[in-house]
Design a protein around this ligand. Structure first.
Ligand code: CU
Length: 280
């Protein structure tokens, strides 16, 4: 009897160890905190798109992808990928600002980046997304339509500066505004051509948040947005003293401090012609 007392647990332990070895072969899930938006496929692969909300919208979108091999059902760990969003409009096509699409540090199967859709789709005009990627020296392409519904608040502004350059400015943070001094992040890009939207460096953006429904009051301790070369974005502080609708009035200045777009808010001027909006 004593023998069983020790041998049985030993056998169970061995079985357990060999089972847990098998677990190493089950695919790793690196998208637990994300929701799948859609899949874009070709003959060999399925590209899965994920965001926090499970949707894509007009404005800034942080997108995570992984590529599944249709034959082996395994996720690709060594792809080099580029992506090109294109809006097909009645008279022309154009792209939008994007980051690179790079492997997430410390992860095996996921790649991420952002796309700033500056225009929403409508009944006859919309966006598609092309992935060009290489795996072990072989090139592939996959294309699919992407839904870009209009956002209810202005989260991206596309405008002509006084220098006759077309700019795109997008709200990146806060994604979840709170009653506090929020970190604010904005992306600023130049529309160089229909397909090229380089980052604009070293400009300055004055920030004046107001609540139009409450006498157009402002808030204390805001900080203007200045260029951060590491993130290639503009960073500042946005003070929100209560919940509700806020208009973020902005003035864009170039390196010589010349105003390219926007006006200061005064008793006579209720808002700037350059602004973003949020409500929470
Ligand atoms: Cu368009």
């Amino acid at each position: 009897m004593k023998l069983f007392k020790y041998i049985l647990p030993a056998i169970f332990a061995l079985v357990f160890i060999s089972c847990s070895d098998d677990d190493d072969n089950t695919p790793i899930n690196e998208v637990q905190d994300l929701i799948q938006v859609q899949e874009i496929s070709n003959d060999t692969h399925t590209i899965e798109l994920y965001t926090k909300s499970g949707t894509t919208v007009q404005g800034y979108n942080n997108i995570t992808i992984r590529i599944k091999d249709k034959a082996s059902l395994e996720y690709i760990e060594n792809a080099m990928i580029t992506w090109t969003p294109v809006m097909h409009m009645a008279t022309m096509s154009h792209s939008c600002p994007t980051s690179e699409l790079l492997k997430v540090e410390g992860k095996q199967t996921i790649y991420d980046g952002f796309i700033i859709f500056q225009m929403a789709e409508n009944e006859s005009e919309g966006w598609d997304l092309t992935f060009n990627y290489t795996i072990n020296g072989i090139s592939y392409e996959a294309v699919g339509d992407v839904a870009v519904p209009a956002s209810s608040k202005k989260t991206v502004s596309s405008f002509m500066g006084s220098d006759n350059v077309k700019y795109i400015l997008a709200l990146i943070e806060p994604q979840k505004p709170e009653v506090k001094i929020n970190d604010m992040v904005v992306g600023l890009y130049k529309m160089e051509s229909m397909m090229s939207y380089p980052v604009i460096e070293n400009f300055k953006i004055n920030l004046d948040p107001r609540m139009p429904s409450m006498g157009n009051h402002s808030s204390p301790n805001n900080e203007d947005l200045v260029y951060d070369s590491i993130s290639e974005m503009y960073k500042g502080k946005l003070s929100l003293t209560m919940t509700g609708y806020w208009k973020l009035n902005l003035i864009l200045r170039n390196q010589n401090d010349e105003i390219l777009k926007g006006e200061a808010v005064t008793d006579e001027v209720e808002s700037s012609s350059l602004f973003l909006e949020l409500e929470f």
